[in-house]
Design a protein around this ligand. Structure first.
Ligand code: DGI
Ligand code: FE
Ligand code: FE
Length: 190
């Protein structure tokens, strides 16, 4: 059972629109957890809080990250939308009193992924991409794949993200590349 104050604080911190997305991610994470035999409680908590670092309003993310002692790499400093993962981990710990390391890691790495992702990290990564309000081209295929082959669904999602990043001329984070490379290597070994 997730306590009511957590929902209320989250809504205030990230705004109604992103809150509704987070509820969608929570529900999708619960479905995937049941499907893959993972703890529904942990999946729900990580899904609900995955974007808790997406604070509303005009805020200086570099300063906030620094205040919390978060070390940012150069890609994160330049593409600040990547900061909400690591910031979310710290806020989940300090302000939402989350101590479960699996939940904290799933929040931290939900945007880029990383090598050797845990099952929970994979569930949250893909739930974020396929939750019911997502409507981009190709989402239906990834939605279906998420229940058939989790790794392949993540690979498809990452390819889409990388195409999007390149179109915008942005930097690709090393964790995004490492996640993709590892998934392809594992797939070829099957
Ligand atoms: O927070 P959400 O919008 O729900 O979703 P998210 O945490 O997956 O963030 C999506 C954004 O992150 C999207 O604008 C693409 C961006 N992103 C993901 N991987 C990378 C990236 N941006 C850069 N620059 N580099 C990456 O490797
Ligand atoms: Fe996010
Ligand atoms: Fe999200």
């Amino acid at each position: 059972m997730i306590e009511k104050w957590i929902y209320n604080k989250l809504k205030g911190d990230i705004g109604l629109c992103r809150y509704n997305h987070s509820i969608g991610v929570m529900n999708t994470s619960i479905g995937l957890a049941k499907h893959y035999g993972y703890s529904v409680e942990k999946a729900a908590l990580a899904g609900l809080l995955h974007d808790c670092g997406k604070l509303q309003g005009e805020i200086n993310l570099l300063k906030i990250a620094d205040d919390f002692g978060i070390i940012l790499d150069d890609v994160m400093k330049k593409n600040k939308e990547l900061i909400h993962g690591p910031l979310g981990e710290v806020l989940a710990k300090k302000e939402y009193n989350i101590i479960d390391e699996d939940v904290l890691n799933a929040i931290r790495f939900h945007t880029t992924g990383r090598e050797n992702m845990s099952l929970l990290e994979k569930i949250i990564y893909i739930a974020d991409v396929i939750e019911p309000s997502r409507t981009f081209n190709g989402v239906e295929e990834i939605r279906k794949l998420a229940y058939e082959d989790l790794d392949s669904s993540i690979l498809h999602a990452i390819d889409g993200t990388i195409n999007f990043i390149i179109q915008r001329g942005n930097l690709i984070h090393l964790d995004t590349i490492k996640t993709r490379n590892q998934l392809i290597i594992l797939k070829n070994l099957e």
